[in-house]
Design a protein around this ligand. Sequence first.
Ligand SMILES: Nc1ncnc2c1ncn2[C@@H]1O[C@H](COP(=O)(O)OP(=O)(O)OP(=O)(O)O)[C@@H](O)[C@H]1O
Ligand SMILES: Nc1ccn([C@H]2C[C@H](O)[C@@H](COP(=O)(O)O)O2)c(=O)n1
Length: 241
Amino acid sequence: METAGRPQDAVVVAIDGPSGTGKSSTSRAVATKLGLRFLDTGAQYRAMTWWMLTNEVDVDDAAAVALASDKPVLVSGTDPLNPTITVDGVDASGPIRTQEVTAAVSAVSAVPEVRARLVELQRTACAESAAAGGIVVEGRDIGTTVLPDATLKVYLTASAQARAARRSGELKGVPGAGQMSVEATREALVRRDAADSGRKTSPLAKADDAIEVDTTELSLEQVIEAIVTLVDEKLKERTTG
Ligand SMILES: Nc1ncnc2c1ncn2[C@@H]1O[C@H](COP(=O)(O)OP(=O)(O)OP(=O)(O)O)[C@@H](O)[C@H]1O
Ligand SMILES: Nc1ccn([C@H]2C[C@H](O)[C@@H](COP(=O)(O)O)O2)c(=O)n1
């Protein structure tokens, strides 16, 4: 039997949560350990935003964004050791991390036409990963909307202070990322989470059947181990139940 476009034995892990909770780093490492593919859906929303900014589409004009949303050709590479993203054939992995993109991404990702287009790409990547055994997909609406039949759903959280400290450490020395204090970073994270949670179409939310992991006091290694253990448990349930 197949569910949501994937064979029943493929492993699909959905990892959601607010900004800076460790979704990307954890998901990549879990995918690497388990030999699965990896998809950073935030990178796709950022790539769409970068295209809008580069092509002078007013990101606050939802109708203009909707009209343009089928134009960029977005391609995500799903090797967890070398995740890639191109827009119209150009490597976008650097430009999508600038503050200009970060400031505009919530507005672009609130547009239903943008979401419909990217959800389709995400489900295709998931279906294509089945041959490799499955995928770890991270974002904001993976467990609630994109992959409601995922094998395991995890919702990562952490205090705003811990997330800001992690994020501002990470941005030091990244060209174009700009320098912000921990306090300014914290405010920007909280503002973006509020916009992502408050939008009408598939907002940031914990799925009812997701397992919440608070990473505030955990090292990255501890979070990775906790999720690998949860996947193992789900797979055992599958064989025994
Ligand atoms: N448990 C942890 N302890 C300490 N640092 C961590 C932990 N998890 C992640 N980090 C660090 O925090 C920063 C943010 O992590 P990451 O980019 O994975 O978060 P994210 O949830 O994907 O963020 P975003 O939603 O903004 O893309 C990175 O520098 C990462 O190395
Ligand atoms: N499934 C997703 C993934 C991301 N977004 C939006 C909301 C975020 O603020 C933005 C950037 O994501 P990040 O790179 O910080 O993980 O993209 C979304 O709406 N749905």
